[in-house]
Design a protein. Sequence first.
Length: 260
Amino acid sequence: MRKILIFVLLTNFLNGFTQEKTFSISGKVIGCNEYKDKPSGFIKLYKDSILVNSIRTYHSAPDFLGGWAWTSGRFKFKELIKGKYEIRYRSYFDKQDYPIVSVDNKNIKNLMIYFDKLPQRFYEEKTMLDNLIKSDTLFIDVYIATAGEFGGYDEGLWITKEGKQVYGRFYRLPNTYALQLDRTEVEKTYRENKSKIIPLTENFKLDEQAIMELKKFLVELNHYNDDAISNAPEHFLIYTKNQKIYRIKNTPLPRDYIAW
């Protein structure tokens, strides 16, 4: 009996040397400041293009007052062997560089995942503002859902160029509430109701900082994923003579949608 016990103990001791040590990857998902804009979804971990694990982040859960709150975006993948891992997730944009992490001899901590950050190289793209010529206007027409699913208002920022100077002017536009699924009708409403278009400001000159922010907005809008679902969608119609972008922020719920 004593010999058997010694054999078992020795076997377990030797196995401790041969077993591969495991590690972990942990971090946090960073989204917009407002809880309503934090994407619900999964952080997925891949090794050699094979899904290893996934963790749900930013989902709603009951709070201690009986209401609903959003969970923190922290995640942790455990019991990982050495090697390279890729972390994939659904971001706000249609282009994304997913982090590749090398796990060697220590745990990976404080990894930050940005749902609402486009890879920097895309900000070098030419925008409609870059291509704007003197005889043209850049129309940025937006429906803003201030009252959620119960309504909002339309506003436009119209951009013109005189020499090297760029000017803008804000306008109140005809209301396009409930037209988000029909770009043709939205555009038709704006174009055919000129008498309802009201200037809100005089022309003002855009400084260099404002121009850079506007270009950033146009790049991000061009790559925005508009397949999220909400009962309070907003839409953006951006166009010049030769270019046009139409995006819906949070697609309306289907008419036959049932919330369980």
